[in-house]
Design a protein around this ligand. Structure first.
Ligand code: 6AU
Length: 357
């Protein structure tokens, strides 16, 4: 397929999804096709790791539900802090939530609840076992979210003085000025109408300050900030032994991706899945590990004994044609994660250069 031989800078021009176009350019700029799977156990470790490894990666993948001490505050919480690190180092945040349910439920899980994933994660993923309408449901949720951002929400609150004995505590009055009855027709007197203005600015908004009070840059140089879009990766193939995903399932993912090009950026898969002439989806691939330094980079790497199977970046990128390798324990468990991340970045980028010639 042509995308196997095209440089990322070229694919940036033809990708349909704005975030994919951005990501391909970012990869070219940072010479990185590495995603860190930041599977540490506490929010503090996550933020420290993101800050240290940020320079080597283009995507940081989270599993918010395995992190203890995740702060859900929508203004100051862990998602917001991660978003600030993403701006500073130039990477996208991918919450590996693997949504799978009926459309209505995933809409609510994606946008609301405790984690409010859509607010801080540029990218998330879905298993489409429940049927591809769920992709449309998530696309709709993302479009609604995008339509709401940057708007100031004005709420009118009428403050009334209840006539003794006639109003229950906290009951809202009819807010028509001059009307001194509430919606049930009970009498009271309106003292004032206050307008509360709430500005809804997402954690990765380019409208946020670009420098702090000391004049330090808060944004990654050399590229503009990512577009205010959200993207989905379809979980098309898995790295684990005995995975039950069939060829038909993978093909259904390909069809769903083509039907929702404005929302689906690509796949979590083990090989390249672009096959139609104008396919330009991005492939992110977990189950990636390098043999220890000094050993042959095409050498065999053992699994983890719990079903995870590993391939080297050379095999995944050069041979199987994927675009971004997702590495967790290979980096996290190293003595020095930042230098190990650099080793993975160099090897993975070399594998890409070898592929495109
Ligand atoms: O490098 P590891 O083995 O420490 O971590 C791999 C990470 C984990 C898995 O939840 C995830 O990648 N993963 C996925 C994803 C990204 O969806 C799919 C898959 O097939 N295999 C896999 O390991 O966070």
């Amino acid at each position: 397929h042509p995308t196997l031989l095209q440089p990322y800078s070229e694919r940036a021009k033809t990708a349909t999804h704005p975030l994919s176009r951005y990501l391909f350019r970012l990869m070219d700029l940072k010479a990185s096709n590495l995603c860190l799977s930041a599977d540490v156990t506490t929010a503090r470790e996550l933020l420290v790791l993101a800050d240290r490894v940020g320079p080597s990666i283009v995507v940081l993948k989270t599993h918010y539900d395995l992190i203890s001490g995740w702060d859900y505050n929508p203004q100051t919480g862990t998602g917001v802090k991660l978003a600030a690190l993403a701006r500073k180092h130039g990477f996208l945040i991918f919450e590996d939530r693997k949504f799978v349910d009926i459309g209505k439920t995933v809409q609510m899980q994606y946008t609301a609840g405790t984690a409010r994933i859509i607010e801080w994660a540029h990218i998330t993923n879905a298993n489409i076992d429940a049927g591809k309408d769920m992709v449309r449901a998530m696309a709709e949720a993302a479009a609604n979210w995008k339509a709401r951002i940057h708007y100031e929400v004005k709420t009118s609150v009428s403050v009334g003085t209840p006539v003794a004995g006639q109003f229950e505590d906290g009951e809202e009055q009819n807010d028509n000025a001059g009307d001194d009855r509430d919606s049930d027709g009970r009498k009271g007197s309106i003292v004032s109408i206050t307008t509360v203005t709430q500005s809804f600015e997402p954690a990765d908004s380019p409208r946020l300050a670009k420098t702090n009070e000391h004049g330090d840059e808060l944004v990654y140089p050399g590229i503009e900030e990512p577009p205010m879009d959200r993207g989905l990766l379809l979980l098309a193939q898995m790295s684990s032994k005995g995975c039950l995903m069939t060829k038909d399932y993978t093909q259904a993912c390909v069809e769903a991706a083509r039907e929702h090009k404005d929302f689906v950026m690509g796949y979590v898969a083990q090989e390249a899945l672009n096959s139609a002439p104008d396919d330009n989806f991005i492939h992110m691939t977990p189950g990636c590990k390098l043999p220890p330094p000094g050993q042959e980079e095409n050498g065999h790497v053992e699994g983890d004994g719990l079903g995870q199977q590993y391939n080297t970046p050379a095999k995944l990128i050069t041979l199987l044609g994927t675009d971004i390798v997702i590495v967790g324990r290979g980096i996290i468990q190293a003595a020095d994660p930042p230098s190990e991340a650099e080793r993975y970045r160099r090897k993975s980028w070399k594998a890409y250069l070898t592929r495109v010639g």
